[in-house]
Design a binder for this molecule. Sequence first.
Ligand SMILES: Nc1ncnc2c1ncn2[C@@H]1O[C@H](COP(=O)(O)OP(=O)(O)O)[C@@H](O)[C@H]1O
Ligand SMILES: [Mg+2]
Length: 240
Amino acid sequence: MTAPEPAVDVGSRRSALLELTDVEYVIGGLQVLHPMTLRFRAGEVTALSGPSGSGKTTLLSIAGGLLRATSGSATYDGTLTWQGDGDPRPEFAFVLQVYGLVPILSARENVSIALRARGVSPSEADERADAELDRFHIGDLGDRQVEELSGGQMQRVACARAFAVRAAVLLADEPTSELDEGNREHVMAQLHAEAARGAVVVVATHDPAVVDAADRHCLLDEGRLVDHVEPVVVGRHRPV
Ligand SMILES: Nc1ncnc2c1ncn2[C@@H]1O[C@H](COP(=O)(O)OP(=O)(O)O)[C@@H](O)[C@H]1O
Ligand SMILES: [Mg+2]
């Protein structure tokens, strides 16, 4: 038996790299990121850790094409991630630190609109939205307006929305900050499942348990990369 074709698979490529080359970010005279070069490979979960204010969100934003680097470049599969307007390429999905959900829509609608925006029919999008909410153990909250949910529930809706689209690159900014240990472990397992599907997965965190559960680790401090393991050499990825 063969697995059903996903309705949305924006072309994750196991050979594709997310590459930051001499990326630097300066704003209002503040050197938020010092020049750094990093590569993230498909099939791996990379933890990007560092204290609050160390530049994790800025780095993920540049990697994902939401923010333009002051100098240097971010590319995925050889093409710039910055498209000139802060809109990400369709291969990218984000779990934003501030969730980025529409408060007056239901949990189901928040996930479903991400799928519809990628061309999935409304009925299939709703079905898949329910399945993704289930995946994060909030299947019973589909009809609830997001503004009525707790922080941890909103965080799981944000995960469901990002995971639903089966992106080639999944960038998750502190996706477990409001979760208990069981849910945190579950989200990490799902991040690994996305990597196993062939996605590039980067998770910003200051939680040592998340770092431990990742395949590799990049540590930021005051906008500098202070420690990292070169992904091309180390990792659990196996060619298929
Ligand atoms: N648009 C901005 N204007 C001014 N300062 C900013 C801006 N974006 C980020 N910073 C500053 O850059 C530093 C890194 O921020 P951020 O990337 O959010 O760090 P982290 O996600 O690790 O907490 C912080 O000192 C923050 O205040
Ligand atoms: Mg942050």
